[in-house]
Design a binder for this molecule. Structure first.
Ligand code: SF4
Ligand code: SF4
Length: 227
């Protein structure tokens, strides 16, 4: 899921002031931002209260299923058309992808209320960890399912670096060195002897913007992946 955190309130207010907005519609996200407790119903209602306390008029609010889903977002915009129409701006409590989906769906100015920080695993309720940077050239088959690109603070494919001390990371002191973890797990799986240094990654596979189209293609053929 996409992990978000709230943007500083003063900055959000400044964004609305820049837009000359006094009437605001607020939209959250029923998926990631709800789980991250940054853009679910309770956070949207808190933002509404805060805006009203600051003298804004909140014309309405919504929390759709998945804000980055264009189809669902169009439906949400239709359900709240009058409330959005009477607002000067829409404050979006969702990740950057969600903000852009809302902006594509309506004509009113849209402004973000959250920071998108990483693609995260839910380790336990309320605890999220970054495990993948979506590099497009996954090496987990060679690293016993531990991502060195993401979990080594230096992003080293091969390691440890010279700063590793007693198995621990030199950058994040309470973190075991990723490459120590990888080697231990490879050894536990009887794969250590065959492990070889990883070749340089093909970062051309990370070119932006990414797009995947899995709809059936011409002549009824299935698309294979990236297009
Ligand atoms: S190597 Fe790491 S960053 Fe790349 S796809 Fe695999 S888990 Fe994600
Ligand atoms: S000690 Fe290990 S995890 Fe930390 S920066 Fe060096 S190689 Fe990466």
């Amino acid at each position: 899921m996409i992990i978000t955190r709230p943007r500083e309130w003063e900055r959000v207010r400044a964004q609305l002031a820049d837009l000359g907005a006094t009437r605001v519609f607020i939209t959250g996200c029923g998926e990631c931002a709800t789980i991250a407790q940054t853009g679910g119903e309770s956070e949207v209602l808190s933002a509404k209260q805060r805006l009203e306390d600051a003298g804004f008029v909140v014309t309405g609010w919504s929390v759709g299923d998945v804000t980055c889903n264009a189809g669902g977002q169009r439906l949400e915009a239709r359900k709240h058309a009058g409330e959005i129409e009477s607002a000067d701006a829409v404050l979006v409590l969702a990740c950057g992808a969600g903000v852009q989906t809302v902006a594509d769906t309506i004509t009113k100015p849209v402004t973000p209320g959250l920071e998108s920080v990483f693609l995260g695993n839910v380790v336990r309720q309320g605890v999220f960890e970054e495990r993948c940077q979506m590099c497009g050239d996954c090496v987990l088959d060679r690293t016993a399912g531990i991502c060195p690109v993401t979990t080594c603070p230096k992003g080293l494919l091969n390691g440890p670096c010279g700063g590793m001390w007693d198995g621990m990371c030199e950058v994040v002191a309470d973190l075991e060195c990723t490459h120590v973890s990888i080697r231990r797990r490879l050894a536990e799986q009887g794969r250590a002897a065959k492990a070889e240094p990883l070749p340089p990654k093909d970062y051309s596979k990370k070119l932006k913007p990414g797009k995947v189209d899995i709809r059936p293609k011409y002549h009824g053929r299935k698309a294979g992946g990236a297009s």
